[in-house]
Design a protein around this ligand. Structure first.
Ligand code: PMP
Length: 361
């Protein structure tokens, strides 16, 4: 060898392809490709970031105590069993690093989030895709896929990019059916969009092998600050705190997230606005002849009559400065994932698709 080589399997990983449209200062672009909050963060979070900017030379809190306390109060969780990370991506990665390795299998659903197989492979483990039913996770298929090598199971609820979700009883059946040695990770990145949903917190309390991940990137509008968190049994928290870097979350991220999670009135307004315009988008898309599954998140997934139409519609939207997400890489070439924007963006998307489809009729 003439140069350092990565661990076996690393070069088999296809890099994560982020949503396009991240062009600084390009106001002409409407980015509906990464499920961001079109209304941005709470004003209280903005104020907290400004205040944090006064002490940038100082390292941030290492134990994230203030943020964990705030999350615990708002969600009624034990702050001692919360861990914070640079986005929930980091929590996912730390979990794989700590609980999966060569020879282990990591299960994820057919149209599950791309970081599950990437993080599994980065840990040297083997990702195993499990079929869904009607673009929805299938508990029986997941349980049947478990072997003696299975170390972890990932499921996002609601799921990205399908927007579908399992009812809590189905999650409970999955948790109860897995061997105790298999870790079940319930990814609640979009949980705040579902009224009354605890994102699996009660299952974490009831099982030694269930973990929940959450993010400040979606409804809280803080994707740019990279902050997420996990809720887990004490023994898992203890392990993650050994592996994570001491200053893995920035001071600005901690301050903004604490203010954001406490501003429950703002979160509720964002949830309600999303529900209203998601309803509009689903109705209008369906009226245009583009079916959608019922979405429980902040995006919709219309089906086009074939991959060429989906690609052409993507190009047409793009020509008007609207960037959405092709999901062929998720095995959904007939679909486009469209984040729910503000009213102006939603109406524009529908008008452009209406014109496009009339031309093609
Ligand atoms: N899980 C799911 C299901 C997601 O859609 C995303 C964002 N695309 C993430 C996790 C990661 O989000 P973040 O790292 O910004 O918290």
């Amino acid at each position: 060898q003439t140069r350092p080589m990565p661990q076996p399997g690393i070069l088999d990983i296809a890099p994560y392809k982020a949503g396009e449209g991240h062009v600084a200062g390009a106001n002409a672009i409407t980015k509906l490709s990464s499920n961001e909050n079109p209304h941005g963060p709470s004003p209280a979070a903005m104020e907290a970031v400004r205040a944090a900017a006064e002490t940038l030379a100082v390292y941030p809190s290492s134990d994230h105590a203030a943020l964990r306390t705030a999350i615990g109060e708002v969600w009624n969780l034990d702050p001692a069993r919360i861990v914070c990370g640079a986005g929930s991506d980091e929590i996912i990665s730390l979990l794989c690093q700590s609980y999966a390795g060569p020879g282990d299998e990591v299960l994820y659903t057919e149209h599950g989030f791309a970081m599950y197989p990437i993080s599994a492979m980065a840990a040297g483990a083997t990702p195993v895709q499990v079929r869904e039913r009607h673009r929805t996770a299938d508990v029986d298929a997941l349980l049947e896929a478990v072997t003696e090598r299975t170390a972890m199971v990932f499921i996002a609820n609601p799921n990205n990019p399908t927007g579908t979700m399992l009812p809590p009883e189905e999650l409970a059946r999955l948790a109860a059916g897995l061997p105790g040695r298999v870790m079940l990770v319930l990814d609640g990145a979009y949980a705040e969009y579902v009224p009354g949903y605890d994102a699996g917190a009660a299952l974490v309390d009831a099982h030694e092998n269930v973990v929940m991940t959450r993010t400040f990137s979606k409804i809280y509008g803080l994707g740019g600050l990279r902050i997420g968190w996990g809720y887990a049994p004490a023994h898992v928290i203890e392990v993650l705190n050994r592996v994570r870097g001491p200053f893995n979350v920035s001071a600005a991220g901690l301050a903004a997230a604490e203010a954001a999670v406490r501003d429950t009135a703002y979160t509720e307004r964002c949830r309600a606005a999303n529900a209203e315009w998601r309803g509009f988008m689903q109705r209008e898309l369906n009226a245009l002849g583009l079916p959608t599954d019922e979405s429980h998140a902040n995006f919709v997934l219309p089906r086009f009559p074939g991959p060429e139409m989906a690609a052409a519609a993507d190009q047409r939207l793009r020509a008007h400065g609207i960037i959405v997400r092709p999901v062929g890489g998720y095995g959904l070439p007939d679909f486009l994932r469209i984040t729910i924007g503000d009213e102006v963006a939603c109406r524009r998307v529908i008008a452009i698709l209406d014109e496009f489809l009339k031309e093609r009729a």
